[in-house]
Design a binder for this molecule. Structure first.
Ligand code: I3P
Length: 109
């Protein structure tokens, strides 16, 4: 599964609230491969190696839980991802269907 997702980091490891200055929305080209959600600045090109920044932005979705972010009302089609190490990330998909597909795919890995 691939597609554009805007990401907001809501909580860092252990659920600690992400500090101001790091809470903004940023759009990535997302690629779910195995148990890793890669978040790349540019569209995925198979022949291109991942940059250091791409690797830093990658999220393990192993034992993570995705659900619709029902408590976030500022934007539509937002899903919440809670990782195994208790980070909380919000992702805005481009449509309701896209959001649901991402939720299903993430929860099935
Ligand atoms: C954040 C940025 C986010 C905003 C967040 C701000 O500032 O403006 O868009 O979230 O509010 O802290 P920064 O880029 O300096 O980190 P929303 O878009 O959801 O309002 P928050 O701290 O209330 O989450």
């Amino acid at each position: 599964k691939t597609g554009f997702l805007a990401r907001k980091i809501h909580a860092d490891t252990d659920g600690k609230k992400t500090p101001r200055g790091k809470r903004g929305w940023k759009t990535f080209y997302a690629v779910l491969k195995g148990t890793v959600l890669y978040l790349q600045k540019d569209e995925y090109k198979p022949e291109k190696a991942l940059s250091e920044e791409d690797l830093k932005n990658a999220v393990s979705v192993h034992h993570a839980l995705a659900s619709k972010a029902t408590d976030y009302e500022k934007k539509p089609n937002v899903l919440k991802l809670k990782t195994a190490d208790w980070r909380v990330l919000l992702f805005q998909a481009q449509s309701q269907e896209e959001m649901q597909t991402w939720i299903n795919k993430i929860n099935c890995v």
